[in-house]
Design a protein around this ligand. Structure first.
Ligand code: AMP
Ligand code: MG
Length: 368
C-alpha cells in the first residue's frame, strides 16, 4: 500500500471511530429519561427546584442561599435531588431492583443483605411500631395490598383473606441483624412498605444537604410532607397551608388554614387523596395493622415536629389511633397534632395544647 493509501485508510478508520462514538452518545442520551426536575430563580435571593420523584410524587426544594453563591445553591439543589433518587432506589416497594424489592421477594430463612441507610430506617421503623402501640407498622404490606386490590376489584376482602395477610405481618416475623446488616423473614410472604415514613425521611436528608452546603434558609416538600429551616419570608417564619379534608380532590387542593413555623416539619395524612371505593363506600388507604382493616376515625391529621420523619410517622399513626392517640402524643413532648374527625356535615377539630400557637387565622372546614 502506498503512503497515500495508508493515510486515507487511517482517515477513514478515524472517521468510523468518531461517527460510532457520536452515534453511541446520541443513543445514550435518548435512552436516559429526561430530567425530572426544573430549576428556577424566583428572585435573585430564591432558587426553586420542582419535579417528581419516587414515581409520580411531586417534590419541591426552595433555597435561600444567603452568602452562598448561585452556583453553590444550584449544586445543593442537584445534590438534594440525587438524595431523593438514592432513597427511591433503595426503598421503593414498586421497583423490583430496589433493596426493598429484593427483601419483599425473599423467602423465609433467607438472610437479605441491605443497604446501610435502609437497614437503619427499618430499625427506626421498628422502634416507631413499638412507640405507636402497633398503629404504624410497615411490615403489613400484604394487608395494605389486599385493600388496594379490593378497591380495584370493587369487592371487600373476606375475613379469611385478612387473617392470612395479617399472618405475614409483624416485626416478630422479621429479624434485623445489626452485625451483618441483614434482614431475615420467619415466614414466606412478609413484605415491607415504607410509604408512611420514606417521604418524611427523604425530606430530612435533603434538609441536611442544604444546611451542610451553607444555605441560609430553605423548604423541602415531598408528596405533601414539608420541613423548613432558617428564617422564612414572613416575619422570619414560613407559612404553610393545611390541606382541606373535605373540599380537596386528587386534582385540586384547598387549604383549611395556615400555619406559621420556623425550623419545623409538618406532615398530613388524609383520606381525601388516596382511598378505595368498594360498593360505593370510601375506604382509607391507611390500614390499622392490628385489625387489618382501613381506618375511619379521622379524615385528616396534621402533625408538627422538629423533623419530618417523626411528623410523617405520627400523621399515619394518629390516623389509626384516633383521638386517644393525641393523649399519647402529649406525653412525648415536642410533637403537636391537629385532627379533624367526623364528616363534612359534622366536622370537629381536636388538637394537642401546643398546636394553636402555630395556627394563623381561623380554620375553615366548610366544603363550599
Ligand atoms: P401516609 O399517606 O403518609 O399516611 O402513608 C400511607 C401509606 O403508608 C399507605 O399508602 C400505605 O402504603 C402505608 N400504610 C398504610 N397504613 C399504614 C400503617 N398503619 N402503618 C404503616 N404504613 C401504612
Ligand atoms: Mg405521610
Amino acid at each position: 500500500m502506498t503512503g497515500k493509501a495508508m493515510d486515507r485508510l487511517r482517515l477513514a478508520l478515524g472517521l468510523v471511530v468518531v461517527v460510532t462514538g457520536v452515534v453511541a452518545l446520541v443513543q445514550r442520551a435518548r435512552r436516559q429519561p429526561p430530567p425530572r426536575w426544573q430549576l428556577t430563580w424566583n428572585s435573585p435571593a430564591e432558587l426553586e427546584m420542582t419535579g417528581t420523584t419516587m414515581g409520580p410524587i411531586p417534590f419541591k426544594i426552595l433555597i435561600v442561599p444567603g452568602d452562598a453563591t448561585d452556583a453553590e445553591a444550584e449544586r445543593a439543589a442537584r445534590d438534594g435531588y440525587a438524595a431523593l433518587e438514592r432513597i427511591n432506589r433503595h426503598m421503593s416497594a414498586y421497583r423490583p431492583d430496589s433493596d426493598v424489592g429484593r427483601l419483599n421477594r425473599a423467602g423465609a430463612g433467607e438472610a437479605v443483605e441491605l443497604d446501610e441507610e435502609l437497614f437503619d430506617l427499618l430499625a427506626v421503623s421498628r422502634a416507631y411500631t413499638q412507640r405507636t402501640d402497633g398503629a404504624f407498622d410497615p411490615t403489613a404490606r400484604r394487608v395494605f395490598q389486599l385493600w388496594t386490590a379490593a378497591g380495584r376489584a370493587d369487592t371487600l376482602p373476606t375475613d379469611e383473606q385478612i387473617a392470612e395477610a395479617l399472618a405475614t405481618a409483624g416485626w416478630q416475623r422479621l429479624a434485623l441483624e445489626e452485625a451483618t446488616r441483614t434482614a431475615t423473614k420467619a415466614v414466606d410472604g412478609l413484605e415491607v412498605d415504607l410509604g408512611a415514613i420514606a417521604k418524611g425521611y427523604a425530606v430530612d436528608r435533603v434538609i441536611d444537604i442544604l444546611r451542610d452546603a451553607g444555605m441560609a434558609a430553605g423548604l423541602v416538600e415531598v408528596g405533601g410532607e414539608v420541613r423548613v429551616f432558617g428564617p422564612g419570608p414572613r416575619q422570619g417564619a414560613w407559612r404553610l397551608g393545611i390541606t382541606h379534608p373535605f373540599a380537596t380532590t386528587p386534582l385540586q387542593t384547598r387549604t383549611a388554614g395556615t400555619l406559621a413555623v420556623t425550623d419545623k416539619a409538618v406532615a398530613t395524612s388524609g383520606n381525601y387523596q388516596r382511598f378505595s371505593v368498594i360498593d360505593g363506600r370510601h375506604y382509607s388507604h391507611i390500614i390499622d395493622p392490628r385489625t387489618g382493616r382501613p381506618v375511619d376515625t379521622a379524615p385528616s391529621v396534621t402533625v408538627i415536629a422538629d423533623d419530618c420523619t417523626t411528623a410523617d410517622v405520627w400523621a399515619t399513626a394518629l390516623s389509626v389511633l384516633g383521638p386517644e392517640g393525641l393523649a399519647t402524643l402529649e406525653t412525648l413532648g415536642g410533637v403537636e397534632a391537629m385532627m379533624v374527625v367526623g364528616d363534612k356535615d359534622d366536622a370537629r377539630v381536636l388538637q394537642t395544647p401546643g398546636f394553636a400557637a402555630y395556627l394563623r387565622g381561623q380554620l375553615d372546614l366548610s366544603a363550599e
